[in-house]
Design a protein around this ligand. Structure first.
Ligand code: PGA
Length: 253
């Protein structure tokens, strides 16, 4: 089973519109001609339209994603953005359940599931983020946490919809800390995620789902992470804000 690697940049709450367009153009330039991998960037909501206009389009070398989405089409949901609003500016992909959404803004598995089911119904490709805190890891609960995030996050997601879903394993203790999971730690959890997907769906489907690693991915560690059999890409925060670093990550070997 071949899974096309996906290198995704999560820009979080950084960059003005002009800065975002500049960085996106640099990323598009370094992604040109790459056919054996996919590149995605997720700017802040305010920059999505401008970035999509600058580098998007059907034959663009990169995909543009949002960092969250509401489950309803419209309504009294102050502070939220809907899938049709994202599609209106050409965005067809979204990061969901990021650890900062879970741990800073209190999104639980039920809410992440609601967002994910909504995103799929509207035809967006979701990246479902899962991962344990340091405390959960130290207490030996890594698999338990990840299994719950997967089974509850994917509740009511049918097999044909699951073909659209990307999973990202992001150990919370590795995000923005400079502390990357070792390649063995990453592979161990990625393999666990795949076996959980086999149990929830079936093997052929689980074998086709891309599982990204995230948490202090850098030019120095991308090659060894990507060499792991169940690591199908990366979700990159800090290093995605630097054109040169991200170009090196995109061009992993
Ligand atoms: P980091 O962030 O690469 O800065 O650790 C990753 C993420 O939050 O997706």
């Amino acid at each position: 089973m071949t899974r096309k690697p996906l290198i995704a940049g999560n820009w979080k709450m950084y960059l003005t519109r002009a800065e975002a367009v500049e960085l996106a153009s640099a990323v598009a330039a370094s992604s040109k001609g790459l056919t054996d991998r996919e590149v995605m960037i997720a700017p802040a909501f305010t920059s999505l339209a401008a970035v999509q206009e600058a580098v998007g389009g059907a034959d663009a070398p990169i995909r543009v994603a949002a960092q969250n989405v509401a489950w309803e089409k419209q309504g009294a949901f102050t502070g939220e953005i809907s899938a049709p609003m994202l599609q209106d500016v050409g965005v067809d992909m979204v990061i969901l359940g990021h650890s900062e959404r879970r741990h800073v803004f209190g999104e639980d598995n039920a809410m992440v599931n609601r967002r994910l089911v909504g995103a799929l119904e509207f035809g967006l490709t979701p990246i479902l983020c899962v991962g344990e805190t340091l405390e959960e890891r130290e207490q030996g609960n890594t698999f338990k946490t990840v299994e719950e995030q997967l089974s509850q996050g994917l509740k009511n997601v049918q097999a044909d919809q699951m073909e659209q879903v990307v999973v990202a394993y992001e150990p919370v203790w590795a995000i923005g800390t400079g502390k990357t999971a070792s390649k063995e730690q990453a592979q161990e959890v990625h393999a666990f995620i795949r076996s959980t997907l086999v149990a929830l769906y079936k093997k052929t489907l689980a074998d086709s789902v891309r599982i990204l690693y995230g948490g202090s991915v850098k030019p120095e560690n991308i090659d060894s992470l990507m060499a792991q059999p169940d690591v199908d890409g990366a979700l990159v925060g800090g290093a995605a804000l630097d054109a040169e670093s991200f170009a090196r990550i995109i061009n992993f070997t």
